[in-house]
Structures are given as C-alpha cells and as structure tokens.
Ligand binder design. Structure first.
Ligand SMILES: [Zn+2]
Length: 411
C-alpha cells in the first residue's frame, strides 16, 4: 500500500515536469524522428539529418505522384536505402527495440505512412500524444487531440506545408476506398457521383475482344440505392476534364497577369495596409470580447447574472470570437493571394500555360472534386478557383476606386 502510494506520486511528478518542458517546445522523445537528429548543442532541439533529407522528400513526392505506401516501401528497399531503424543503427544510435527478430529491418508500408502523416516534417512538434495510464500499465494509449502539446515552427521543416496538406487529403481519400470493390484510378477520391456523393469507380468491360473502361457510381453499381446510372468512358471523360482544367486555368492566368501589373502600382501597398489595419481591428475586437467573457464569472459570483445567463452570454462571446477569427483568416488569405505570384508556383505543371496530360499529380494539385450528374452535366472544383475570385474582386475594386480617385483629382 505505502509503496504504491509513493510510486504513484513519483509518476505524477515526472509527468508534470515533462509537461512544462513540452510546453516550451523542447523535443523530449528518446530518439529523433527519421530525417532529424538531436542537436549536439541542445538535445531538446531537432536539426535536419542531411544524410536522409532527400529520402524524406522523395517519399512525399512519390506519394503525390500516386504511389501507394507499399510501393514506396518497395522502391526504397530496391534502391537499397536503409530503413529508419537501420539508419539509426548506421549512425550509431543505440536502438534496441525489435532488432533481435530481423537481420536487417526493411522499409514497410507502415513506416512510410508514419512519415507521410508526421507533422514534424513541416516544423511542427506534436508531443504528449500517448500516455501510459499509470506506472503499472505499460501499454500506451492515444490521448484526445486537445491534450496534445503542439509547438509550431519548432525546428526547420523538410516538407512544404502545402504539399504536406495535399498529401493528407490524398491519404484520407485513399483509405475511404475499399480495396475489394474499387481499384485506385487517377481520379480516385476526387470523382464523385453528383446524385449521391459516392465515389465513382472504374469498371472494365470486354467487348469483342477489346477492353473498355468506364466510370460508374459505386453505389449504383453495388447496392442500387442511387439512380445515377450514367457510365462514362474513361478516355473521353479524362479528355473533357483536361479541357475544363485548361480553360479555367487560362482565365486564372489572365487575372493573375492583371494582378501582377496592379501589384507594381503604389496604390497596391495602400490596399495591403488597409487590409492589415482591418486585421488589427479584428484582433482588438477579439481581445475586448475575451475580456467581457472573462468578466462574466465575476458577475456570476456576485449574483449580477444567473447561471443560465452566464452560459448563454459565454456562448455569445465565444461565437463572436470565432466569427472574428474567421474574418481574420479571410483577410490574411486575401493578402496572401494578392501579394504572391501564384502563377509561377503552378508554371512547372503547365508549360506554356497549358496542361498536356492529366496525371495524378496534376489532379491532386489542381482539382478538389469532380461531380458527375450525367453525361451532359459535369462540375469540377478547381483549387485555384477561390484565388481567382479573390483576385477578380480585388481588381474590380481597384478599378472602381481608381475611377473615383481620378474624378476627385479632376475637381
Ligand atoms: Zn450515385
């Protein structure tokens, strides 16, 4: 009994000191994740392991190109690249676990997936993700997400944040595809039935010795709940999508060109300043609402308000703050769009402003969703659409304002 109480106390204590270290953004695990090393100057800081940095980028880029985690693992093994575990051994880190069972630990799909999912590669430290319920139970369980200790910009990233999130979406889609019924095709997870929202599946039909491929609604095919019986020839469909993409991209490019001209005008800086000021105003409002919200508890204690009012007022302030945060996000995005040259980011995919071929990489970078309602009605959401709209609104505004200004000048 006494012993137990004592141990319990210790285990709680080490844990709270861990918490404090975590909150400072220190790296606390025994081993650095693949791609990083513990800094020799400060073992709580991560630095890039230059010897495998390329491998980490390769893994993300291969995934983007449509390879599965298993195929990536196989490629790494066939290239003779040491697995994370082997790599640890090579660079002389004493790493005991699971070594006895294998002579050489190879790359596995699981190891690849773990890397693809880890925010450490975009400079974010997520710690305190698992816990051992107490000192007696050694099994680790995952903690609820709001208890994780997250530190942004904790160390130098290896992977571009945009790429990372594209990959996350891609993997979420892949896991939703049931391997039995649906083979992964280049539009997998992106092509949806317009009537029921299910994935469209690729189906093979053999007719007089020749193979034809079609897209069909997976629900219509399997359970017949959906009445969207459209079947679309893969070849024709992909050609149509490529056309749609090129037309939309052309519009986008034109707006971007106008935007570039405007951004060199002095007026442009005034506009950006105006947006920044608006952000500051919203931040001020958030602080005011936070103060009010905090004051509510005092009001409750001194019986100025009752419990019911307390709750509803608390909710009201919290909603207001959410709304203000949303506004700030929107303004930040607007500044980002009007002050950066997106086109040059996209240029590597579309030489001469056109996409020549619909690859998985092009699809996941530029297309959010395609909905098929019927042969005649297909709707595609392109990722650059919202940038396009922000720029177009901005240009319209500038046009209006400059007319106004020149009229004023004329007076
Ligand atoms: Zn359907």
């Amino acid at each position: 009994m006494i012993n137990d109480a004592y141990c319990n106390d210790i285990s709680v204590k080490t844990r709270s000191s861990l918490d404090i270290k975590c909150r400072n953004g220190n790296f606390l695990s025994a081993y650095a994740p693949y791609g990083y090393l513990k800094s020799p100057d400060n073992k709580n800081k991560l630095i890039i392991d230059e010897s495998v940095k390329e491998t980490v980028s390769d893994i993300f880029n291969w995934k983007l190109a449509g390879m599965s985690a298993l195929r990536i693992a196989e490629r790494l093994n066939s290239l003779g690249i040491a697995s994370p575990m082997e790599h640890k051994r090579e660079i002389g880190i004493d790493y005991k676990s699971a070594q006895k069972t294998h002579f050489t630990a190879l790359w596995s799909a699981k190891a690849v997936t773990r890397i693809l999912r880890n925010k450490v590669y975009i400079g974010v430290l997520e710690q305190h993700k698992t816990t051992t319920p107490n000192y007696k139970i050694k099994v680790r369980t995952e903690k609820p997400k709001d208890e994780w200790i997250v530190t942004e910009n904790s160390h130098e990233p290896i992977i571009d944040e945009k790429l990372f999130y594209i990959i996350q979406n891609l993997m979420n889609e892949d896991t939703r595809v049931s391997p039995k019924n649906e083979s992964l095709h280049i539009l997998s997870g992106i092509l949806k039935c317009g009537k029921c929202g299910c994935n469209m599946t690729r189906k093979k039909v053999v007719s007089s010795g020749r193979e034809f491929y079609y897209y069909v609604c997976s629900d219509n095919k399997n359970r017949k709940n959906c009445d969207n019986s459209v079947t679309i020839s893969v070849k024709k469909f992909e050609k149509a999508i490529l056309e749609m993409l090129n037309i939309s991209f052309l519009q986008f490019t034109e707006v971007q060109r106008v935007m570039k001209t405007i951004s060199s005008l002095p007026f442009h800086n005034t506009q950006i300043n105006r947006l920044n000021k608006e952000i500051d105003k919203n931040i001020e409002q958030i602080e005011i609402n936070k103060k009010y919200s905090l004051g509510l508890y005092e009001d409750l204690k001194s019986h100025l308000i009752n419990e019911k009012d307390y709750k509803s007022l608390k909710q009201m302030y919290s909603d207001r703050i959410d709304g203000l945060n949303l506004k700030i996000e929107k303004l930040k995005r607007e500044i980002d769009v009007i002050s950066s040259d997106r086109y040059s980011e996209y240029a590597k995919y579309a030489e001469k402003g056109r996409f020549e071929k619909l690859t998985r990489e092009v699809i996941v970078t530029f297309i959010d969703r395609i909905f098929v309602f019927g042969k005649e009605r297909i709707e595609a959401d392109f990722k650059f659409q919202s940038d396009y709209e922000i720029m177009r609104n901005y240009i319209n505004n500038v046009a209006k304002n400059s007319v106004f200004l020149s009229e004023k000048e004329a007076e």
